[in-house]
Write a protein that binds this ligand. Structure first.
Ligand code: DAH
Length: 339
């Protein structure tokens, strides 16, 4: 009895400190063909029946105790090994690594159009798109620009050869598309690319971008237009800068106005960017002309609306102090990487 208990204690001690290989030898030493406990069981044949019963059961019990202990130790070792492996192989995503290309960014014009959209969305406007190839009806007629109007001059418009189509000269035809598809109330902006057949210089380029705005409903007034435009300027430039509405003329609005804002660079004192006037013109706007509403079969006795159009390049140049529109289209990475 005493011997067997001692054998168990000895074995358990060895198991406690064993690694995977040592466990195997402990197993052989105690439970193997010639193992300590196997020997004891074998030696029982010469003993009395009583001894056989007693010692046999003690030895078998010892065998199973040792076996269970070996198995559980094996499991623990396996788990520890896996834990260690997991710790060593963990991926550190915060580590910097070599990547031969610098991170890209949006073109400043795209960025400005996104910024403009964010502000107008916050003011309850939806965003729509119109086609860049238009007919004379959408680009001119529906907008109350008659055939004789100078804006139709072939000098300004790119006509598509052989087709009765042209590249839109402004985003205003977007107003017509929206009104054809939807009934009032309408509050929408239409950002997009426009084309003009003219020589380029520091402030003119044959391709540029505009954002058109349109709101039509019952009882829409010039005061609503003024509020929305003022809100936009405040939010877009993040400043309470001065602005003024100047009477102007557009065929598709009556009355019409142009909006100037105080130069953010010189605060109205006069500088190179505002051509020493202290003011910069940023958009054209007005109340939608009844003829425009009629062209989409809206009841112009019931509905009124306002519209505006702003030049994206202009506003971007103004925001970042850029003095040549051509920089946007030269794809010089030294310029583009600054945004
Ligand atoms: N379409 C005009 C242009 O290209 C800009 C404009 C002015 C749009 C007044 C409007 C507006 O919607 O009301 O110069």
């Amino acid at each position: 009895m005493k011997d067997i208990r001692q054998i168990i204690n000895e074995a358990l001690e060895k198991i406690k400190n064993a690694d995977v290989a040592a466990l195997e030898s402990v197993k052989t030493e105690y439970l193997g063909k010639n193992g300590v406990l196997t020997q004891i069981l074998k030696s029982l044949s010469s003993r009395s029946i009583e001894d056989k019963k007693r010692i046999g059961s003690e030895a078998n019990n010892a065998k199973s105790v040792i076996e269970v202990e070996i198995e559980s130790k094996k499991e623990n070792l396996k788990k520890a090994l896996l834990d260690e492996k997991m710790r060593e192989e963990k991926l550190d995503c915060s580590k910097s690594f070599y990547f031969p290309f610098s991170k890209g960014s949006f073109h400043p014009i795209i960025q400005t159009m996104r910024d403009i959209s964010v502000v107008f969305k916050s003011l309850g406007f939806a965003v729509a798109e119109g086609p860049e190839i238009e007919t004379e009806w959408y680009n001119f007629e529906a907008l109350n620009i008659p055939e004789s109007h100078p804006a139709r001059d072939a000098q300004d418009t790119f006509y598509l050869e052989g087709a009765k189509a042209l590249l839109r000269t402004h985003t205003s035809p977007g107003q017509i598309h929206v009104m054809e598809k939807h009934k009032p109330p309408i509050r929408v902006i239409v950002p997009g690319k426009v084309y003009r057949n003219e020589a380029s210089d520091a402030t003119h380029f044959s391709t540029f971008h505009q954002v058109e705005g349109l709101a039509v409903d019952e009882n829409v007034t010039f005061a609503d237009l003024k509020a929305v435009v003022s809100d936009f300027i405040r939010k877009f430039f993040r400043s309470d800068i001065g602005m003024r509405f100047r009477p102007s003329h557009f065929q598709f609005t009556e009355p019409s106005a142009e909006v100037d804002m105080q130069c953010v660079f010189c605060k109205g004192k006069g500088c190179r960017l505002c051509k020493f006037s202290g003011w910069i013109e940023i958009l054209g706007c007005g109340m939608v002309h009844p003829n425009v509403l009629k062209s989409v079969r809206y009841d112009c006795e019931k509905y009124t609306g306002y519209a505006f159009g702003l030049g994206v390049e202009r506003i971007t140049m103004f925001k970042y102090g850029i003095d040549d529109i051509r920089l946007f289209y030269e794809n010089d990475l030294r310029f583009l990487r600054q945004f």
